[in-house]
Design a binder for this molecule. Structure first.
Ligand SMILES: [Zn+2]
Length: 558
């Protein structure tokens, strides 16, 4: 029986989420530390849960794994998954072998809600479909045109269908509640324009203008390939306090080896590159992304795809300023962004593409619609209701509630998503480099002289540099070993020796071949000659790897 019970079939507002985090930190003080990494635009704390067993060493001396969620306000399943991950690790320490091993040897940094202001807005009626990050309240950032709002007071912002002979939509013949596209050249029917539900500022009586929101997309606010022309990128990189807090956490914890940034939706694991074809990536980095991602596919059912090749429909418009691109292309950290939840696949629709703004054909819509009615009910679809719009005249208001259908699963499907994705986080974390002093020997040579020898080895899947990109960018720090001496002095070899990078087992994907990638050492020997200068002479070797942890071993000279 877990010490803290949390239901994972529902979504929590800021106060409830904070309460759960505080309860977990209070119940597991020996493993968890809750802190605020900064304040949101509207003064809410952005919480960080740091999880490790400090009895086996401080977090800074262990490989780190970073998880974040809900950078986008309406992606509530992400926050639930991150909270589940925290709960799962804390409640399974000491009983589950994998969790226990990881919390002893590694450290986790989990930010379960990066964007608490936006999340709070989006979690309450009328469920704004896009909320930014709290810099503006909905509508504040638009000068004129259609301002989405709940005009008929049913608690939801959905769509308006407006009769219009020039319109591009018509009612489906199979079900008049569904709207399908009018064919090119098709005439003679009853047609509609479809707009987001809302009122229009400064309406000219003709064109319904819809301004793009100013309140942005924080995942375009990171310092890589940043552009002011990208929608939602902010005033400058890290201009948003929540993004700045994330960036500082990453930079202040150079032990971070792996990262998972959660999003919804799509049921896919996105990997680099954001801006290049796979053929332009380091083949070794690409291979390890595919191999680690493949573990994710096995555990979650989600395919691993390239953000650029499979998730960027217009190849001339690569993404600017995104977190995954920053941490991999600049810092060399292995990062995935997982898009949780695929309603269409769940509803039995054949997947044709990963980035799909529609229009969806009548068959697809029918399957999705039937599934939503059965599984979400009227929280997922609002039946069309006549409404006398003050500017557009008689319209109908209704349609799919995007946030509670495509964007987030119903509560009954949430826990399985949380669980499977947490298991992938743990396996990705466990792929980290692990630097150990495997052998530490002292040989007495006479005359108080001793030969001290050690082998420093990387036990991990990943190399101590993590990626080729880290080496190219010169951010990979070499593994070092130092010899601390008590009542002894060094005769031969420097006290600190630079061992360069130690390879991981990812390099050896097949038996040796002249034509394959050549192997580099996963372990290296070192030696010193020391002289004991008094009683109780002792040497301590300290191997330090920025990504692979710190390991100490002592030996008496006798
Ligand atoms: Zn997102």
């Amino acid at each position: 029986m877990a010490k803290v019970d949390i239901a994972f079939d529902t979504y929590y507002d800021y106060e409830a989420m904070t309460g759960h985090l505080q309860a977990l930190a209070a119940a597991y003080p020996e493993l968890a530390k809750l802190s605020s990494i900064g304040k949101s635009h509207r003064g809410r704390d952005v919480w960080l849960m740091e999880i490790t067993n400090p009895k086996t060493g401080p977090g800074t001396e262990k490989p780190g794994f970073y998880i974040d969620a809900q950078i986008h306000a309406e992606e509530h399943a992400t926050s639930a998954t991150a909270l589940y991950g925290i709960w799962y690790m804390l409640t399974n320490y000491g009983t589950d072998e994998e969790v226990t091993r990881l919390l002893d040897a590694q450290v986790f940094y989990v930010i379960p809600r990066i964007n608490p202001d936006g999340a709070e807005l989006s979690l309450q009626e009328p469920y704004h479909p896009w909320c930014g990050n709290g810099r503006y309240l909905p509508g504040e950032d638009r000068i004129e045109g259609l301002i989405p709002q709940d005009v008929n007071g049913d608690g939801y912002i959905v769509n308006m269908r407006v009769p219009d002979p020039t319109g591009e939509w018509k009612k489906s013949e199979r079900d008049p509640r569904l709207m399908v596209q009018r064919e090119p050249g098709e005439e003679g029917g009853e047609y509609f324009r479809v707009y987001p539900e809302g009122l229009i500022r400064n309406f000219d009586g003709v064109h319904v203008k819809i301004e793009q929101q100013q309140d942005g997309n924080m995942n375009r606010n990171f310092p890589i390939n940043w552009s002011p022309r990208e929608y939602g990128s902010g005033d400058y990189p890290f201009s948003e306090p929540e993004a700045m807090a994330m960036g500082r956490l990453v930079l202040d914890h150079p032990n971070i080896c792996g990262m998972c940034a959660y999003h919804t939706h799509g049921g896919i694991i996105l990997r680099p590159s954001m801006l290049k074809y796979d053929a332009e990536m380091s083949p070794r980095d690409l291979a390890l992304y595919k191999d680690i991602g493949g573990v994710g596919t096995r555990l979650t059912g989600y395919p691993v795809i390239s953000t650029y090749e499979d998730f960027t429909p217009d190849k001339t418009k690569g993404r600017h300023g995104s977190l995954k691109d920053w941490v991999y292309e600049e810092l060399g950290i292995i990062c995935f962004s997982t898009e949780l939840w695929d309603m269409e696949r769940t509803a039995g629709v054949d997947k044709k593409g990963y980035m799909n703004l529609g229009p969806r054909d009548a068959d697809t819509q029918q399957k999705v619609f039937d599934w939503v009615l059965d599984n979400v009910g009227d929280k997922g679809f609002r039946d069309w209701e006549a409404f006398d719009h003050p500017q557009l005249g008689p319209v109908e208001v209704g349609g799919m509630v995007y946030i509670w259908s495509y964007r987030n699963p119903p509560g009954k499907l949430l826990e399985e998503i949380c669980h499977n994705n947490t298991l992938f986080n743990l396996r990705h974390a466990a792929a980290a480099p692990q630097v150990k002093i495997d052998k530490f020997e002292v040989e007495a040579l006479g005359a108080d002289l001793f030969k001290v020898s050690a082998v420093v080895a990387n036990h991990g899947y990943l190399p101590t540099n993590l990626s080729d990109v880290a080496v190219e960018n010169k951010v990979a720090k070499p593994v070092t070993i130092s010899l601390d001496l008590e009542n002894a002095k060094l005769i031969i070899n420097p006290q600190t020796q630079d061992l360069g990078n130690l390879a991981g087992r990812n390099e050896r994907k097949f038996t040796y071949s002249n034509w394959g990638p050549q192997w580099s050492p996963t372990a290296k020997p070192v030696e010193w000659l020391v002289k004991a200068t008094g009683p109780g002479a002792k040497v301590t070797a300290v191997a330090v790897s920025q990504k692979g942890g710190t390991h100490r071993v002592s030996h008496e000279l006798a």
